[in-house]
Design a protein around this ligand. Structure first.
Ligand SMILES: Nc1ncnc2c1ncn2[C@@H]1O[C@H](COP(=O)(O)OP(=O)(O)OP(=O)(O)O)[C@@H](O)[C@H]1O
Length: 374
């Protein structure tokens, strides 16, 4: 979103250029007219308020921002808290804003966060390409955090993953967020460790999809050794033909699945060994076909084996942040993670109705080719 880092840095530096006495008077009058009051630390080098969206966009070094704001929110003029708050935060000031309810504080805080995060990423301040947390949004409730995420996503078309909660509840929330943001591009394979968890995750996915317009067209099924052979074969066939767009599978059954169209491989449970990791990832990007995305969800419970997974991922070109290596016991521990066999835990998660009605996507089926090793 930032056109060029040099342009952006130059713009940000200009924001803090001290004003002449005359210009300062003009700016003070503009603040007064808009009802903007600054604390006693404000002075000539305090960035001026910018009410015109193209000026704000230029200050951010992101010209495309103005039309994006107009299209996404119908914004033709910044509100006072935005006009003053955004330049201040772009210039690196800490801001504690008090403004009426409904006055646009979300974008006032959110846009500078996005711009500075984009800059930090470009500068490599976050540990190289693609890696690292670039910003943190804290709000009193999960719903509010999600709402803020939606606003920021609409503003710049960025993709966010806001996950609250710990353990399985956090993973389920991440799953829901991925669904809502289109991050689970079909066809998608979702890996779990046990049959019971496969069934539970399917139910959660179906409930979340039903509550989310962006995902309402997804069709889902499950592949595990507890299902009759004919059903398993039918599930595989329907996944291959595109009739089923998300297939939740246990390791044993999903591992050998050859469907070149697979675009996303999501490990709901982190793989228990590097071999399992490689097998799962190999379900996508097959034979130079469609480019795929592999996503692994993990919690502290997945920790012991993560170091070894990180080593494999790093060998494949992925950037592994230090904190992840630390979580995995120093990056090379030999102890495989204990198999996750507990039921999916969702105590306080509100992804959708608790007992979703699943549309049956299974028929009588015929061949048994892929499910022999259940
Ligand atoms: N410059 C603007 N012009 C017109 N509408 C705007 C502008 N900025 C934000 N809005 C819209 O105003 C509404 C309120 O914005 P927002 O939720 O950020 O307010 P808030 O100050 O955070 O409110 P609260 O304190 O109640 O949480 C949103 O629908 C948002 O899209």
């Amino acid at each position: 979103m930032v056109a060029s880092i040099q342009a952006a840095v130059a713009h940000l530096a200009r924001l803090a250029t001290p004003l002449s006495a005359a210009a300062f008077e003009t700016v003070a009058a503009a603040r007064k007219a808009a009802g903007v009051r600054l604390d006693k630390h404000a002075g000539p080098s305090t960035p001026a308020p910018l009410f015109h969206p193209p000026d704000l966009a230029a200050a951010a070094g992101a010209p495309a921002l103005a039309p994006a704001l107009a299209t996404a929110f119908g914004i033709t003029s910044a509100t006072p808290v935005q006009a003053q708050g955004i330049p201040l935060m772009l210039a690196g000031r800490e801001v504690l804003a008090v403004a009426p309810t409904g006055s646009g504080k979300t974008l006032a805080y959110g846009l500078p966060l996005l711009v500075r995060a984009a800059l930090a990423r470009r500068e490599g301040a976050l540990g190289g390409r693609g890696g690292g947390v670039t910003g943190v949004v804290l709000a009193p409730t999960r719903e509010l955090v999600e709402q803020i995420g939606d606003v920021l996503t609409r503003a710049v078309g960025a993709r966010f993953l806001f996950a609250g909660g710990r353990g399985d509840a956090g993973k389920l929330l991440a799953l829901r967020t991925l669904l809502a943001s289109g991050g689970l591009a079909p066809p998608a394979l979702v890996f779990v460790e046990t049959q019971a968890r496969a069934t539970a995750v399917l139910a959660e996915l179906a409930a979340a999809a039903a509550a989310c317009p962006a995902a309402s067209r997804l069709t889902m099924d499950v592949l595990h050794g507890g299902r009759p052979q004919a059903e398993r074969s039918a599930a595989v066939r329907r996944y291959r033909t595109g009739e089923v767009s998300v297939l939740v599978a246990t390791d044993v059954l999903g591992r050998g699945l050859d469907c070149p169209a697979t675009r996303t491989v999501l490990s709901f449970d982190a793989p228990s060994s590097p071999a399992a990791y490689v097998h799962r990832m190999g379900r996508t990007g097959r034979c130079g076909g469609v480019a795929g995305t592999a996503i692994t969800l993990f919690t502290e419970a997945d920790g012991p084996g993560l170091g070894r997974l990180a080593t494999v991922a790093a060998a494949g070109g992925a950037t592994i942040p230090d904190w992840m290596r630390a979580l995995g016991g120093g990056g090379g521990g030999s102890r495989a993670r204990e198999r996750v066999t507990r039921p999916v835990w969702r105590r306080s998660l509100t992804a959708g109705p608790r007992r979703p009605t699943l549309r049956p996507v299974v028929d009588g089926g015929e061949s048994s080719e892929d499910a022999a090793d259940a």
